[in-house]
Design a protein around this ligand. Structure first.
Ligand code: IMP
Length: 423
């Protein structure tokens, strides 16, 4: 296995951070390839919890090399802060972290515009993380972005910041928001250069060489399939391709390099921010799931909306990503919740649907549920498959049946040790 990809199969927050951390012992190079500091990957090692936004979560493993690839949008101030926080927590990453010179920079006006555009949308707000993601990818697509490599030529960088900042300030003014000071934006970004210069390199060339040398590379996806800008619940999505294709474009590795796609799904479903969510629960059951699963955003602290596992959405995510194996996360959260259910198909205007619809039809979905029964306590028991309680084994079988992908990992708690590998 030389190149594996790990993708979220829901609306993000599936527990990818833990799985990357578990896998990273056998992986040499871990790559973030899309998204930015909107991601919040939580990794718990011993009594320490690390929340990573830009640095690939696999770097907690001391022998790995982390790569922030060309497809990521990078807030340089946030990145330096994160590197220093990790160092303060005893995780030295500076000498084994690479940053693509092609990655686009998130600058002050991107964050200001993210806020201004959300305010302007009013009731139609997307509920973004306000990390400047959409405006930065918009600039990239309209070919007016400023890239990490530009930081290395400070005079030209400052000139570009003046030029672009001036234009963005006109937009901010039209939206009724205060301008940003381009000189302050340039100063702030250039102050990160001492820390970032040693990291900046041509990561595409590095990864191609690493692949040619058969080094084990893991592409670590951020967000999830249903937040993908093309295949997700548009417009309530993020601005990057969170699908496996985005991981290839965002790293420079060719499609045929990929040996294995691992998808990550919770045993239930959550979503943070606005948009359709067919299996969403209301009332005490939703609150119970949120409390037990500690379902509050790692980046924004917002309470996450909670619902049952949606097999229609999961099947769509598995098929569009070509997922070989699934890691089923947070199954312990369902213990003691009472009878659990899953959505097996949708009814829209009286018709049965097994395909995940695009657009407004999603708002008219009536989810059809199958009750599986309660999951009895098993946390703290041994770590072999046979010890999983019956209802959880039924759930695993149902997922495999619906998606035709193997559930190779069942996570039964936040610790590395609470992970069951199914043979
Ligand atoms: P943006 O990516 O900040 O533009 O936010 C767009 C939508 O994606 C919002 O609904 C966010 O809550 C959601 N989102 C972005 N990143 C993540 C993530 O890492 N986990 C979960 N939701 C996310």
């Amino acid at each position: 296995m030389s190149v594996s990809a790990l993708v979220g199969l829901q609306w993000g927050d599936e527990g990818k951070g833990k799985i990357v951390d578990v896998l990273s012992r056998s992986v040499e190079i871990i790559v973030r390839a899309q998204g930015g500091a909107n991601a919040g990957h939580t990794v718990k090692v011993g009594d320490k919890t690390h929340i990573l936004h830009l640095v690939p979560s696999g770097v907690i493993e001391p022998r790995s090399v982390g790569v922030i690839g060309n497809g990521v949008v990078v807030d340089p101030v946030q990145l330096v802060k994160e590197i220093k926080n990790l160092e303060a927590a005893g995780v030295a990453v500076r000498n084994r972290l690479l940053l693509s010179d092609r990655a686009h920079l998130v600058l002050g006006w991107h964050k200001a515009l993210d806020v201004a555009l959300e305010v302007a949308r009013g009731a139609q707000a997307l509920g973004t993380t306000k990390r400047g993601i959409g405006p930065t990818y918009s600039d990239k697509a309209s070919r007016s972005g400023i890239r990490v490599g530009d930081l290395l030529r400070p005079d030209q960088f400052r000139a570009r910041v003046r030029e672009e900042g001036g234009l963005r300030n006109r937009l901010l003014a039209a939206l009724g928001h205060a301008p940003v000071d381009p000189e302050a934006v340039a100063d702030e970004a250039l102050q990160t250069l001492d820390d970032l210069r040693p990291l900046i390199t041509d990561t595409v060339a590095f990864l191609l060489q690493a692949h040619a040398a058969d080094r084990h590379i893991l592409l670590e996806g951020a967000q999830g399939a249903l937040l993908d800008v093309d295949l997700g619940t548009y417009p309530f999505v993020t601005s990057s391709n969170c699908h496996v294709g985005g991981l290839l474009a965002g790293s420079g590795l060719p499609p045929r390099a990929l040996d294995r796609v691992l998808g990550v799904s919770k045993a239930y479903c959550t979503r943070v921010g606005a948009g359709p969510f067919p299996s969403e629960l209301q009332g005490p059951l939703e609150s119970a799931l949120r409390e037990r699963g500690r379902e509050f955003g790692a980046t924004t602290g917002r309470p996450r909306r909670c619902g049952w596992l949606d097999l229609v959405a999961l099947r769509y995510a598995v098929l569009t990503n070509g997922v070989d194996e699934i890691a089923l996360m947070k199954s312990d959260v369902l213990v003691g919740l009472g009878p659990i259910s899953v959505v097996t198909h949708y009814r829209i205007d009286g018709q049965v649907h097994r395909d995940f619809p695009a657009g407004e039809a999603l708002g008219r979905v009536e989810p059809v549920l199958r009750e599986l029964g309660p999951i009895e306590d098993f946390v703290g028991r041994g770590s072999t498959e046979t010890e999983l309680p019956r209802v959880l084994r039924d759930l695993v079988a149902l997922i495999e049946d619906e998606t035709r992908a193997r559930v190779s990992v069942v996570s039964v708690g936040p610790e590395r040790s609470q992970t069951i590998f199914r043979s």
